[in-house]
Structures are given as C-alpha cells and as structure tokens.
Ligand binder design. Structure first.
Ligand SMILES: [Zn+2]
Length: 454
C-alpha cells in the first residue's frame, strides 16, 4: 500500500463538489459538544440492512466548496442537493469501499515543534528516575530547550512537516501546536511563526499556542527566586512580544507543584487574556496543584492532563460545565502510558459529573513521542475506561471545543468545514480496537482529497 500526500492548502483551484458513497457507516458527531451521558452519542448513520452499497438508503456525505452540504441516505441527500440548486453532476464520487466515515480527527494538545530526541530518558525512567528528578538534573525538557534554541526555522519546519504528515496518515486534520521549547523571546517567536507557516502550507490545520511558561530557563536558575523572576519577565517582556507577533491564539502554562504555582499561572494567563489569547493549562498532571480550580476560575477553554485533580478541582470543572463556557478536560493517556504510571486521569468521574472530555496525544520528545491520535484513543479505552464512542467524541467535537473551534470543525454538519476521514474498517468502534494499525484510507481537508491510499 502506498501513501500519497497530495498537495494541499493554498493556491489550489476551488474544489468541486464531493459525494462520498459506499460507506458502511457515517458518524457525524452532529449536535454540538458532548458531556455526561451524551459523550457517547455519536449520531451513527448505517447502511440499511437490505440492499447493496449503491442502495438508495445507503449513507452518503456531500461537500461543496470546502463545506459540508448534507449527510444522510443517498436518496434524501440527492433530493436535497438538487433542491438547493447544486449541480449534482459536479459532485465527484469518492468510494468509501465499505469503510466508515468520521469527521477529521483533531489533536487538541501537542508540542509539535522541537529539536533532538530523548530516548535515553526511557532507560533512566526504567531505573526509577521521575520527571522532576530528570528536570532537576538539567536533563529532560532543558536538553530539548538547548537543542531547539540552536535549530533554524527551516530545520524546525522540516521536522514539523515530517510529523504533521505522520499525523495526517493517522486521520488527523487539525493539530494544536505549542511553543515552549525556546523559553526566550526569539526562540518562542520562531516556534510560533513556524507553527503558523506549517498551518498555512496545509493540508493539516495548525493552531499555535504560546507556552512560554513551560519551565524556568537555565540562564535564570541562579537567581534568588528564579521562578518568580521568570514569571515577571514572561509577563513584562515575552508576552507583549508574542502578542505583537500575532501568531499565537492561545496561552498555556505548566501549572504544577515545583514548576509554576496556581498563583503564578493565574497572573500569566490573566495577562495573556488581556492580549486576547485564550487561556488553557497543563493542570494537576503529577500532583494536585490547584490547576483544575484555576481553569474553572478564569474560564480556560481546556484543562489538560488532570491525572491527579483534587475533589475541589473536579467540583469546579463540573460547575463550569453547567455554564456557557465549559472547561474541556483534555486527557492525555498516551503520556501516562509512556511514563509507565499506573495512576490515570479519572475520566469516568469527569463524564459522570458532566465535564466534557477530549483526548490528545501530548506529542513531545520526552513523555509522549507518539504522533498517533488513534493510539491515544486505544489508551483512553484501556486505561481511562472510556468507550470507543466516548473517545471518538473526545477527538472530534470536544477536541474542537477545547480549541475554541466547535462552530467550524469537529462534526459533519451542513455548513461546517468539510474535514473528514474514510477508514478501512466498517465501524468507528474498530478505530481504537486495532492499536497501531494503519486504518486510514482517504483524508479530505476543506473538501479536497489530501491523502489517498486506495
Ligand atoms: Zn503537554
């Protein structure tokens, strides 16, 4: 089987209409973000039991000019398309060949851009070293910071393209990409610029997030209160520069005991909100640190990791979920797996308490070097005890909500961006069921075929 990534993004002629036929199942995720018992409702359209693939009742999805037109049975959709004045003969047919169709997957948490690799830490961890011990020894994130500061924009872009192609090959059409391996203004700006440029190139859409508060940089560690000094420099110097550049759309902070306190995180995120950046947090990954509470207090779009939230933090997220601005619990089970931890984020509690749950890879060189969102989906099933349908909501419409993009992507509904994947399995429930298999047949981004393995 050959993998062909077709040219995508800008400069292409307007796409014709598309009609995807021959699907055993189309899962739309229509109806908005999911929480509570609705996290498992995926809106599944299956082929009628009677009739072949071209039967009138077989499910189809149509797109025109990059937008979804209609989803439903073939006869209903054709009637609708013609009735609405579209030229039916200009809809190119794409054969799903008995596969399943889902919205394009959305990875709501990655550290896409960095230089170097850290395979040595796998062995250190096997010998018992913890994340903070590796950090304090000057390894871990600081070794990536040193390599990234040395890397040119071209080198970072080449690295980014390589991993975005991998992600696309796993059915991902939108990726959040954090900075945070520069920690100085020049490198952070370079990372954000490259993230923006890669998204403009396409076909994968990239959402840049400023994570200046990822760790205290080595040059400040000799100061009397290095963390506080760095927080002040982030707010007074780095953030205004990032805002002036205009590439980042969100701001993130590593709120964790021993890294940035909840109070320091609040000050950074409030300042970032003053520049119009959406707030989000790395919260309560290693120890309860007030991250979930802070996320609810400031109206963060997403609180991420959440392996060890306090009861008060869970309560705060549950209360926020009842409001107009819920905080998405973005859980990262590939990270806990790769760190060989046996304590997992309480996904079932979040779902029971009505908190919307999303799933991401946390792609990064230290704690989760996997670009495969379907593999993270499997980990969510096995370790977080989420059902395949709940997980699918977590990598589509709820991941879109975590990025503030739920009106535009994450479901197959009339008027939304036509981002979708045809999988070589007859039901979406098989996507997490075959771990690490290559199941993607075709990827469509903004109404254009951008990857085709047929
Ligand atoms: Zn992360």
């Amino acid at each position: 089987m050959t993998l062909r990534v077709l040219p995508g993004g800008r400069g292409q002629p307007d796409p014709p209409g598309l009609m995807i036929v021959g699907a055993a199942e189309i899962v739309t995720m229509a109806g908005g973000p999911r929480r509570g018992s609705a996290q498992a409702e995926v809106d599944r359209h299956e082929e009628a039991a009677v009739g072949g693939r071209e039967s009138d009742r077989a499910p189809v999805v149509t797109a025109w000019d990059g937008r979804i037109v209609a989803v439903g049975s073939r006869s209903d959709v054709e009637r609708f398309v013609e009735g609405a004045g579209y030229p039916l003969e200009r809809f190119a047919r794409v054969d799903a060949a008995g596969g399943t169709v889902t919205p394009g997957l959305i990875d709501p948490h990655t550290h896409l851009l960095f230089a170097g690799s850290r395979e040595r830490e796998l062995e250190l961890r096997q010998q018992g070293a913890g994340y903070l011990e590796i950090l304090e020894a000057g390894g871990g994130i600081l070794s990536t910071v040193a390599a990234t500061r040395e890397a040119s924009a071209e080198a970072l872009a080449a690295h980014g393209r390589r991993w975005l192609d991998e992600m696309l090959g796993h059915g991902v059409t939108t990726v959040e990409a954090k900075s945070g391996y520069g920690l100085d203004l020049a490198t952070e700006l370079r990372l954000l610029e490259v993230a923006h440029r890669l998204g403009a190139e396409g076909p994968v859409e990239v959402v840049p997030t400023w994570l200046g508060a990822h760790a205290v940089p080595p040059e400040m560690r000799g100061l009397p209160d290095p963390t506080e000094a760095f927080v002040r420099s982030l707010i007074d110097e780095q953030l205004p520069g990032v805002a002036a550049q205009g590439r980042a759309v969100a701001a993130d902070v590593f709120c964790e005991r021993g890294v940035f306190s909840a109070d320091q995180s609040r000050r950074i995120l409030r300042a970032a909100m003053g520049f119009g950046l959406r707030p989000r947090l790395h919260a309560d990954e290693l120890a309860p640190s007030g991250g979930a509470e802070l996320a609810a207090e400031i109206g963060a779009t997403s609180a991420d990791h959440l392996a060890t939230p306090s009861e008060a933090g869970i309560e705060a997220l549950a209360a926020a979920a009842e409001t107009e601005r819920p905080v998405v619990a973005t859980l990262l089970p590939a990270t806990t797996w790769f760190l060989m931890k046996d304590h997992h984020a309480p996904a079932r509690t979040f779902i029971d308490r009505g908190v919307p749950v999303a799933i991401g890879t946390d792609f990064n060189p230290g704690t989760s070097p996997t670009p495969s969102l379907p593999l993270a989906m499997t980990a969510a099933c096995l370790n977080l005890r989420m059902t395949p349908d709940e997980v699918l909501a977590g990598v589509t419409i709820n991941a879109a909500l975590a990025l503030g993009l739920a009106e535009e992507i994450g479901s197959l509904e009339s008027g939304k961006q036509a981002d979708l994947v045809i999988w070589n399995v007859p039901t979406s429930r098989q996507i997490p069921y075959w771990p690490a298999a290559d199941l993607v047949r075709t990827v469509i981004k903004r109404g254009r075929v951008v990857l085709d393995r047929t």
